[in-house]
Design a protein around this ligand. Structure first.
Ligand code: GAL
Length: 642
C-alpha cells in the first residue's frame, strides 16, 4: 500500500480565477487527494429542483486535470434554507423539545422521511453525473454524522419512527409488534409504566424523573440505527452509478451511533483528527496534562481512533481532516509546536492510514471558521502547516509500500456498551470511553501495538492478550469465544452486567463459562475516595464486590478481591487507575513472553510489518531502550527490531 496526502477544498468559496493556481500548488506540494462538495447544496440546487452543476463540473475538471484525485462529498449535512420552508418539521429537536434551527449546519433529523427523500434525489443527481467521472476517485457521505450532538433528535418524526422500530424489536406472530413483550422486557410493571399499544410509547425526554433505562437504551439504539439507515440510503444510490470507494468521515470520541454498523456499508472508514482541539475539549485530561500537551495533543488519543477506525474500516481507513494549525472551536486554540503536523501525519501512517488530508487548503476569511488555520493563509501565503505537509510528501515519495501489522494485543470496543453506560453511569463522570481509553493508554505505555475489535468478533486466534472491559451486555457466544480462546483475557468491570434490554440477568454477572465468580454488589465512588490495591494502583470511581471460588490474583488493601483468575481468564471487578491497568497488563505480558518497552508518557511506539515507529511528543529529547529520540520527532527502524 502506498501512503498519500490530500486536502479539503471549497471551490465555491473562492473566485474561479484562482482554482487553477490552487490546484497547481496542491500538486506541487505533493498532495494526491482533494475533497470537495460536502457543504455545497445551496450552490448545487439554489432553489427547489433548479440544479446548477456547471461550476462543479468545472471544478472537478480543473482539479483532475492538474493531477489530483477528487473525493466528492454529498452535501446532506447542510440543507439549504428553502428546504426548511419546504419541510418545517425536518429540524432535529433537542431534549428540551426545542427545534435546532437553521443558521449553521446539521439541522436535520435522521428520521424525517421528507428530508431523506430530498437527500436521495440530490445524491442520485450527483452519482449519475459524476459516478463515472475519471477524476472522482472516492465519495464521502454527508459530513461527520453526530457532530454537534445531532445523532439524537426528539422530533415527531423520530417518535413515529421509534414506535415502528419497537414493533420490529418486539414482534408478534402477526404483522404488528407485541406490546406485552415490550412491557415484559422493560419491566414496565415498575411504577405502572405499562403500555397498551406501541402508539403510546413516547420518547424518553421530559419525563418527571429519569425514564426507564430500558426505554432510554432502546431509544439510543434506535437513534443509532437511523444513522446507519441514512448512510446506507446514500451508499446504495452512489453504488448504482459508481465503482469508486465510499467513505464517511467520523469523529473523535463520538460514540452515540454504532460506527461498526455504518462501516459495514462503506469501503473505507475515515475520521477527522484535531489533536489540540480534542485535548481541550474531549480527552478528559487534568489541567496539568492539558497544559503539558497543549501544543502537541494527547499522545494516545489520536492513536486510539486510528486503531478504532482501522477496525471500523475492516483494514481500510484514512484521516479525512487533519489539523494543520490552530483550530477555532475548542475552549483554547493554541498553535501546534513545530514538527507536530508532520508527527501527526506519520502517526496516522504508522497505524495504517492510506491517506491523510489536511483541513483545510486555505483559511476562510468569512463565516464560522475564520479563526481556523489552513495550509494557506487567507491571502494565499503558505502557513506553517504547508511546509510540514510538503516534508511528509517528500518522505513518503521515497518510502516503500507498507503492510499493516497483525497485532497480538486486542481491545474490544462496543458502541452499545457506551450507550448503556450513558443511560446508567451509576456515578457522576463514569464513562465507558474513559474506561476503555485508560486501558488502551496502559497498553500503549508498555510499547504495545493494539488492535481494536468489535464485539461481533469470534476468532481470537492471532491474539495473546485480549481486554474486554465494560461490555455491559455480552452475547453468550462472545463469552464462549473468549473463554475458549488461548489468549490471556481480561473481562470486566461491568461486563455482562445487563441483558440486551437493560435488566440485571440471573444468574448474576459476569456469568462466564466454567468460571465461578459473581458480582454480588456494585458501588460508585466519589473522585476523592479512591481505594488502594494491595500493591501498586488504585480503584477509581466504580467497584464491584466479587464472590466465588476462583483464585484471587489482586486484592484491594482491605483484602477484598479485585481481580479473579482461572486458567487464562481474569475478571476485573473495578475501574483502575493507569498504574493499576499497567500492573495487570505488564504481568500478563510477562506470562506470555510478550516483549514490552516501558515508555515515558510523551513517547509511543507503533509497529508495522516493516517498520517500528517511535513518536516523541516532548519538546525535550528522550533516550528509551537504546533509541535516541530528538524533541518532537518521528524515528523509525526496520522490523524485526533487534
Ligand atoms: C470538522 C468538520 C469540518 C470543520 C472542522 C473544523 O469537525 O468536519 O467541516 O468544521 O471540523 O475543525
Amino acid at each position: 500500500m502506498k501512503r498519500t496526502l490530500g486536502t479539503c477544498y471549497y471551490p465555491e468559496h473562492w473566485p474561479r480565477s484562482i482554482w487553477e493556481e490552487d490546484a497547481r500548488r496542491m500538486v506541487e506540494a505533493g498532495l494526491t487527494w482533494v475533497r470537495i462538495g460536502e457543504f455545497a447544496w445551496s450552490q448545487l440546487e439554489p432553489s427547489p429542483n433548479q440544479y446548477e452543476f456547471d461550476w462543479l463540473d468545472d471544478a472537478i475538471e480543473v482539479l483532475g486535470r492538474a493531477g489530483l484525485k477528487v473525493v466528492l462529498g454529498t452535501p446532506t449535512a447542510t440543507p439549504p434554507r428553502w428546504m426548511v420552508d419546504r419541510h418545517p418539521d425536518m429540524l432535529a429537536v433537542d431534549a428540551q423539545g426545542r427545534p435546532r434551527k437553521f443558521g449553521s449546519r446539521r439541522h436535520y433529523c435522521f428520521s424525517h422521511e421528507g428530508y431523506k427523500a430530498e437527500c436521495a434525489t440530490m445524491v442520485a443527481k450527483l452519482a449519475e453525473r459524476y459516478g463515472r467521472n475519471p477524476h472522482v476517485a472516492a465519495w464521502q457521505t454527508d459530513n461527520e454524522f453526530g457532530c454537534h450532538d445531532t445523532t439524537i433528535s426528539y422530533s415527531e418524526a423520530a417518535r413515529k419512527a421509534f414506535q415502528s422500530w419497537l414493533r420490529v424489536r418486539y414482534p408478534s406472530d402477526g404483522n404488528d409488534g407485541d406490546i406485552a413483550a415490550l412491557n415484559q422486557a422493560w419491566g414496565n410493571v415498575f411504577w405502572s409504566m405499562v403500555y397498551d399499544d406501541f402508539d403510546q410509547v413516547d420518547l424518553p425526554n421530559l419525563t418527571v424523573t429519569e425514564a426507564n433505562p430500558s426505554h432510554s437504551l432502546a431509544f439510543r439504539l434506535f437513534s443509532s440505527d437511523q444513522v446507519v439507515a441514512f448512510n446506507k440510503l446514500q451508499v446504495e444510490i452512489i453504488r448504482a452509478s459508481s465503482d469508486a470507494p465510499i467513505t464517511h468521515n467520523y469523529m473523535g470520541r463520538i460514540t452515540d451511533f454504532d460506527h461498526f454498523k455504518v462501516g459495514e456499508d462503506l469501503d473505507i472508514a475515515s475520521w477527522d483528527s484535531y489533536p489540540l482541539g480534542f485535548l481541550e475539549d474531549r480527552v478528559g485530561a487534568d489541567d496539568e496534562r492539558q497544559r503539558r500537551f497543549a501544543r502537541q495533543g494527547d499522545p494516545d488519543f489520536q492513536a486510539f481512533h486510528h486503531d478504532l477506525y482501522r477496525a471500523v474500516g475492516r483494514g481500510r481507513w484514512w484521516v479525512m481532516e487533519q489539523q494543520p494549525g490552530p483550530v477555532n472551536w475548542a475552549p483554547y486554540n493554541p498553535e501546534p509546536l513545530p514538527g507536530m503536523v508532520r508527527l501527526w501525519t506519520w502517526e496516522a501512517f504508522a497505524h495504517g492510514a492510506e491517506a491523510v488530508c489536511y483541513f483545510r487548503w486555505r483559511q476562510s476569511p468569512m463565516a464560522q471558521e475564520q479563526m481556523h488555520a489552513g495550509l494557506l493563509r487567507p491571502d494565499s501565503i503558505a502557513a506553517p502547516g504547508l511546509d510540514e505537509a510538503i516534508e511528509v510528501a517528500k518522505e513518503i515519495s521515497n518510502a516503500p509500500d507498507v503492510a499493516p501489522l497483525q497485532s497480538t494485543v486486542a481491545l474490544l470496543f462496543d458502541y452499545d456498551a457506551d450507550a448503556a453506560w450513558t443511560v446508567q453511569p451509576h456515578g457522576e463522570g463514569l464513562s465507558y470511553f474513559d474506561l476503555v481509553f485508560s486501558q488502551y493508554r496502559a497498553l500503549r505505555s508498555l510499547g504495545l501495538s493494539v488492535d481494536i475489535l468489535p464485539t461481533s468478533c469470534r476468532d481470537f486466534d492471532q491474539y495473546e492478550l485480549i481486554v474486554a472491559g465494560g461490555l455491559v451486555h455480552m452475547a453468550r457466544e462472545l463469552k464462549l469465544a473468549l473463554a475458549n480462546c488461548a489468549a490471556e483475557v481480561f473481562v470486566g468491570p461491568r461486563s455482562g452486567a445487563r441483558t440486551g434490554d437493560m435488566r440485571i440477568p440471573v444468574p448474576l454477572p459476569p456469568d462466564l463459562p466454567n468460571f465461578d465468580v459473581t458480582v454480588a454488589r456494585v458501588e460508585s465512588l466519589r473522585p476523592d475516595m479512591p481505594v488502594n490495591l494491595d500493591g501498586e494502583g488504585l480503584i477509581e470511581g466504580f467497584r464491584e464486590k466479587l464472590t466465588g471460588s476462583v483464585e484471587v490474583s489482586i486484592r484491594s488493601e482491605d483484602g477484598s478481591p479485585v481481580v479473579m483468575r482461572s486458567n487464562h481468564l481474569s475478571y476485573v471487578g473495578s475501574c483502575l487507575d493507569l498504574t493499576g491497568w499497567r500492573r495487570l497488563f505488564r504481568n500478563a505480558c510477562a506470562k506470555r513472553n510478550i516483549a514490552i518497552v516501558e515508555l515515558p508518557d510523551a513517547v509511543r511506539i507503533r509497529d508495522t510489518q516493516t517498520e517500528r515507529f517511535w513518536f516523541n511528543s516532548d519538546p525535550i529529547a528522550h533516550d528509551v531502550d537504546g533509541m535516541a529520540l530528538p524533541p518532537i520527532s518521528v524515528t523509525w527502524q526496520k522490523m524485526p527490531v533487534k
